[in-house]
Design a protein around this ligand. Structure first.
Ligand code: ATP
Length: 235
């Protein structure tokens, strides 16, 4: 389990996250629901060691991640897919995947991970030699997720993976993410501007408001919660 315990983070003097505690379990998609600027990306940066905590810590199976470098955290099996994909547009699909694999062990494992990614996203398997920039938006997002999977993660942090995608593609991507979690036993922490879609495809959810976690509940219960419906699910 990936456990965030009392994490407080700030930018200069401004506190963007205050005493946040969440659990992300294996084999489960966990959603973080919150408005723009609530602190969702900040929490993900904190988990990855991209910001030094003012208080609190992050633990993986009881072992402290706080204090490790980001590459050490990746090596422990926690990988972030940041907002905006950050692919290498002129490189091919295969080359982009190989960049992810360079973090993830020996040749056999790389081959196995590539097989896994092309099974989960067959369209990537068919377009391995195509430049990433020539993929559709949905395919590029699959490539961003696929590249992260090449590093053999146990926990995947996804920051707004479906941003800019057409509704149908968005739904397909969410279904793929749930499938990835199921089939690989992966713990996924999902931030998604389409809160309804994220809740429909996750098991557990936390609500974050002004840098504080204000609610923790089963996703299926949150979609029935009137205050959540009003604030995040379009009334
Ligand atoms: P969004 O959905 O817009 O990405 P978010 O919930 O991910 O929002 P964060 O990006 O974590 O929110 O931002 C939390 C707070 O920290 C906001 O008030 C934001 O303005 C501030 N913030 C974020 N990044 C920086 C930065 N690099 N420097 C200063 N303040 C920042």
């Amino acid at each position: 389990m990936l456990r965030v315990d009392g994490l407080t983070l700030g930018y200069g003097g401004i506190r963007a996250l205050e005493n946040a505690s969440i659990d992300v379990r294996e084999n489960t998609v966990t959603t973080l629901v919150g408005s723009n600027g609530a602190g969702k990306s900040t929490l993900m940066k904190g988990i990855m060691g991209l910001m030094a905590p003012l208080a609190g810590e992050v633990r993986l199976d009881g072992e402290r991640l706080s204090g490790l470098s980001t590459s050490q955290i990746v090596a422990q099996g926690v990988v972030l897919v940041p907002e905006g994909r950050e692919l290498f547009p002129r490189m091919t699909v295969l080359e982009n995947l190989q960049v992810g694999a360079s973090l993830g062990g020996d040749g056999t494992r790389k081959k196995r991970n590539l097989d896994t990614v092309t099974e989960l996203f067959p369209v990537l398997g068919r377009k391995l030699s195509m430049a990433a920039r020539n993929l559709s938006g949905g395919e590029q997002q699959m490539l961003a997720v696929g590249r992260a999977l090449m590093a053999s993660p146990r926990f995947l942090l996804l920051d707004e993976p479906s941003i800019g995608l057409a509704p149908l593609v968005e739904e397909q991507l969410m279904a793929s993410i749930r499938q990835v979690s199921n089939e690989l036993g992966l713990g996924v922490l999902l931030v998604e501007q389409n809160a309804m879609l994220a809740l429909e495809n996750s098991y557990w959810a936390y609500v974050i408001e002004l840098g504080r976690i204000t609610k923790s509940a089963a996703s299926a219960d949150l979609v029935e919660d009137p205050s959540i419906v009003d604030a995040y699910l379009g009334g």
